[in-house]
Design a protein around this ligand. Structure first.
Ligand code: APR
Length: 271
């Protein structure tokens, strides 16, 4: 049989999506790339300049804060500035639109809040979110807006040029992390070595068992346990559709950018 063409694969994926009763949309940094947020492991990814062993664990971050507060400030600017300016893109919008036609559970590894901003109503943030600040017990201290992130970035930019930067760092990040009379507070994010965000992760596993189709978008599938979700769903009988520029392990591989493929797929499935 001649090789399947991209349009054959898109049509096959649309047929699965149309017939699904419950779709889990599993997303990674790639779905937000076209909103201006760098991914982690691409050539210009965040971990390229800021190695995860120093910047993706709480211990590593505390060590950098003590040794080189200016470098921590530069990392935080690289992390927060794109999130402060980001808006949902066409892929986020298409995922939200899918809810008009079928039951959708979004399981995202992202901490940028863009699925909710695009209108998705059921979003499980298995790696937490930068837009919520919690105390040591996990209780909500405050929600952050993109304006709050802008304020923090402006303060960090001002302090990176100051000699007394180690003193200024706590002031710059005070809206999102620090010490108050009742103890420390920080963003509700999951770093390496942390437990997954709950109840989101337990609900994500339940959704993986119950769904009949997984639409995996923009993830390198390298970080466990989140990355095992699509294979968990497939083992329970779901079909896995994968969207991204890289090699693929899904049942149906749609190669390319999320912002191009996902709107076309949803439009074809529910025209
Ligand atoms: N459209 C679709 N996919 C894209 C796009 C795009 N425009 N641009 C990049 N990608 C793909 C890349 O090819 C890559 O496969 O998105 C994926 C991003 O992979 P990672 O950078 O590893 O991001 P992610 O899979 O979300 O990482 C998982 O690792 O460091 C931790 O906690 C962090 O949640 C993150 C987790």
């Amino acid at each position: 049989m001649a090789d399947e063409t991209d349009s054959d694969r898109l049509k096959e994926a649309a047929d699965w999506l149309r017939s699904a009763r419950h779709v889990v949309v599993f997303t990674g940094a790639g779905i937000s790339a076209e909103s201006g947020i760098p991914t982690f492991r691409d050539a210009a990814g965040l971990w390229t300049e800021f190695p995860p062993d120093q910047f993706a664990t709480w211990q590593g971050i505390m060590a950098v804060a003590a040794k080189s507060p200016g470098r921590l400030a530069r990392f935080l600017i690289a992390l927060l500035e794109p999130l402060a300016e980001a808006r949902p893109n066409a892929a986020h919008a298409a995922v939200a639109a899918l809810e008009k036609h079928t039951r959708v559970t979004v399981v995202t590894q992202n901490i940028d809040g863009l699925h909710q901003e695009a209108g998705s109503s059921r979003v499980l943030q298995v790696h937490g979110t930068l837009l919520e600040v919690v105390d040591r017990t996990g209780q909500l201290v405050r929600r952050l807006t993109r304006d709050d992130l802008r304020t923090i970035v402006a303060r960090l930019r001002r302090m990176t040029d100051q000699p007394a930067r180690s003193v200024l760092l706590p002031w710059a990040i005070r809206p999102m992390a620090g010490l108050r009379p009742r103890g420390t507070y920080r963003p509700r994010i999951v770093l390496f070595g942390d437990a997954m965000a709950e109840p989101d992760w337990s609900q994500a596993m339940e959704a993986a068992e119950a769904c009949d189709c997984v639409l995996s978008i923009g993830t390198s599938r390298t970080v466990m346990p989140a990355a095992m979700l699509p294979s968990q769903a497939r083992a329970a009988g779901a079909t896995v559709i994968e969207v991204g520029p890289d090699a693929c392990t899904g049942d149906i591989c749609l190669r390319g950018k999320a912002g191009d493929i996902v709107p076309a797929l949803v439009a074809l499935a529910h025209k």
